[in-house]
Design a protein. Structure first.
Ligand code: FES
Ligand SMILES: [Fe+2]
Length: 340
């Protein structure tokens, strides 16, 4: 039955292609939000670090002497060299990898090696905020944003039932994809595509009963679909704006995040965690990876059509795609004041 409701338009194509909009998103969205970049288990010892790119800003998070986290832009004020090499590693001191300038724990310059002059007073690394929640490390480039826990708000209570801390790291996959990050968001925020894009998964959960619910905060929602017993999917997914989500499995979970690395590229990262007694973890991961491949395949095709230029805008299903509409409104609110 078709009901008489006014249709919501999708974000116009230019939001997915225009480098000016991507630049606005970098500053008005990603520089102002908390972004998950690492896990506590990756930094067991003082000096351990992880690097990541937050919307093309290279940053690193490091375990400090007192067990707390510290984070900086991975950029030296001398000539923009890296303080740590990319990836995960261990580095006791904050000494630039390029010419060896040394910085103290707070990032203040303490020695400009063999420079031949005094560097200006106050020369320092640029700090980034880092906090962890339930074993997951988030960073925020904005010194004025609320603390992480306040930022997550009601999402914390929704996640309380899942014993994520009892799960151990199992494996990680990274896909370098050719799509704007919002193409993946749009896809994540509706179950309308499940029967077509994920035929195997749709035999395991009731795809037509896929529901997305929030509690008035458009930044997050919880997805559920009734599960058929004994299958991979528990039928619970969570999303937090702009690019964080989790998938709950029997005896485990995947943390899924998609980090933009340009206006037309995005890294999709899955990290799997399981209870030590989970005996079918490998099968679950295989099934989840198949679904990720299916989502990337359709997303990259959507991106090609956006680039081709024929598509300008479409309409969102009031039954299945209302969360996409909420996401698009968040984008409009962030971008439009800076774009004409
Ligand atoms: S760029 Fe860091 S010491 Fe030169
Ligand atoms: Fe999907």
């Amino acid at each position: 039955m078709v009901t008489d409701v006014s249709l919501t338009e999708t974000l116009p194509t230019r939001y997915y292609l225009d480098p000016t909009i991507w630049e606005i998103e970098r500053h008005q969205i990603f520089a102002k939000t908390w972004v998950m970049v690492a896990n506590d288990y990756q930094l067991p010892k003082t000096g351990d670090y992880v690097t990541e790119q937050v919307a093309n800003w290279p940053i690193f998070v490091q375990r400090a002497d007192d067990g707390s986290l510290r984070a900086f832009h991975n950029m030296c004020p001398h000539r923009a060299g890296p303080i740590v090499w990319e990836g995960t590693g261990h580095q006791a001191n904050l000494v630039c990898r390029y010419h060896g300038w040394a910085f103290d724990k707070e990032g203040l310059l303490i020695n400009a090696r063999d420079f031949g002059a005094d560097a200006p007073d106050g020369t320092c690394l640029t700090k980034v905020r880092a906090q962890s929640w339930r074993g997951m490390i988030f960073v925020c480039l904005d010194p004025t944003a609320p603390d992480l826990i306040e930022w997550l708000g009601g999402f914390i209570e929704e996640c309380a039932p899942y014993p994520t801390e009892s799960y151990r790291f199992h494996s990680r996959t990274i896909r370098h994809t050719a799509m704007n990050w919002k193409v993946y968001n749009d896809n994540f925020l509706e179950g309308y595509h499940l029967p077509l894009v994920h035929p195997a998964m749709s035999r395991e959960v009731e795809a037509l009963e896929y529901r997305i619910t929030g509690k008035g905060d458009p930044r997050w929602n919880i997805h559920t679909a009734p599960r058929r017993d004994g299958q991979t999917w528990s039928g619970v997914w969570g999303y937090f704006y702009p690019c964080f989500s989790f998938d709950i499995f029997p005896g485990g979970m995947a943390v899924e995040r998609w980090l933009p690395v340009g206006d037309d590229r995005m890294d999709l990262i899955f990290e799997y965690f399981f209870d030590e007694n989970a005996d079918d973890a490998d099968t679950i991961v295989k099934d989840s990876e198949e679904v990720a491949d299916e989502d990337v395949r359709v997303g990259e095709m959507v991106q090609k059509n956006l680039i081709a230029g024929l598509y300008k805008t479409g309409w969102l299903s009031p039954r299945h795609e209302y969360a996409v509409g909420e996401f698009h409104q968040l984008i409009r609110d962030a971008v439009d004041p800076y774009f004409s």
